[in-house]
Design a protein around this ligand. Structure first.
Ligand code: DX5
Ligand code: ZN
Length: 220
C-alpha cells in the first residue's frame, strides 16, 4: 500500500501572502496543495475562485487538489482545469447527473473525485465508484476551516474501503475536516490514503515543521 499523502489546505493560509505561503510549502512534506473553492450557495461561505487558483498555480510545486464546494460544478470544470487543477472534487450533493460530471472531469485530463457530506452514506457511491480516482469523505460540514472532527468518520472510512475493494475500484480515500495528529494515525489505519489539514498545519505558525511531524506520524 502506498504511503499516505498529505494535502495542506490553503484555506487556512495567509491570503494576503499567498505567494509566500505556497513557496514555503515547496520543499515541505506536502504531496498536494488542497484548494477550497466555495460559492456561498452550496456552502454558507465564499472563499476564492478561478483567478486565485491561477495565482496559486504560478508558484505551486505540488499538484493542485481542487475541492469544489459549489452548485452546478459542471459549468466551471474547464476553467478550473485551465487554472491548473490536477484533481477536481465535486460534491455528490451538488450533482444530479454525477456520472456525466465525472466523465467530463476525466475527459479534461484531471483526476475525478467525489466528496460526501457527513450525512451522505458511502453506499450511494456503489455504481460510480469504479469510475472514480478518489473519494473525499468530509469529516466536518463543509464551508469553514477549524471545525471539530466528526468521530463517525472513522467508521465511514472503513465502510468505504470495503465498498471500494468489493467493486474493484482503485479510488483513493481522502479525508477533509478537523484532521490533526490526534486522528491522523487512526484515519490511515481505517483506510485513508490522503489527509487534508488546514488549521492544524497553519495555525501553529510553522506549517513546514507541522507537516514534517505529521509525515513521520503517518509513516510509522
Ligand atoms: C472545509 C474545507 C476544508 C478545510 C479544512 O469546508 O473543505 O478543506 O480547509 O480545514 P480544517 O483542517 O481546519 O478543518
Ligand atoms: Zn476541502
Amino acid at each position: 500500500r502506498p504511503k499516505p499523502q498529505l494535502a495542506p489546505s490553503l484555506l487556512a493560509s495567509d491570503f494576503a501572502n499567498l505567494q509566500a505561503e505556497v513557496e514555503r510549502l515547496a520543499d515541505s512534506a506536502a504531496d498536494w496543495l488542497h484548494c477550497d473553492v466555495m460559492d456561498g450557495r452550496f456552502v454558507p461561505n465564499i472563499s476564492f475562485g478561478v483567478p486565485v487558483l491561477e495565482a496559486i498555480a504560478r508558484y505551486a510545486k505540488q499538484p493542485l487538489d481542487v475541492h469544489l464546494m459549489i452548485e452546478s460544478p459542471q459549468d466551471y470544470l474547464h476553467a478550473i482545469r485551465d487554472a491548473g487543477a490536477s484533481s477536481i472534487t465535486v460534491h455528490y450533493e451538488a450533482c444530479p447527473h454525477l456520472h456525466r460530471v465525472v466523465q467530463q472531469i476525466k475527459k479534461l485530463g484531471c483526476k475525478a473525485c467525489v466528496a460526501l457530506n457527513p450525512a451522505t452514506p458511502v453506499s450511494l457511491l456503489e455504481d460510480i465508484a469504479p469510475d472514480l480516482d478518489m473519494v473525499l469523505v468530509m469529516s466536518v460540514n463543509p464551508g469553514f476551516g477549524g471545525q471539530t472532527f466528526i468521530p463517525n468518520t472513522l467508521r465511514k472510512v472503513a465502510a468505504l474501503k470495503e465498498l471500494l475493494v468489493d467493486c474493484g475500484s482503485p479510488a483513493l480515500i481522502e479525508i477533509d475536516g478537523g484532521v490533526s495528529s490526534d486522528n491522523a494515525a487512526a484515519l490511515v489505519q481505517a483506510g485513508a490514503d490522503v489527509l487534508v489539514a488546514g488549521s492544524f498545519v497553519f495555525s501553529g505558525g510553522d506549517p513546514v515543521g507541522t507537516l514534517a511531524k505529521l509525515r513521520q506520524q503517518v509513516d510509522e
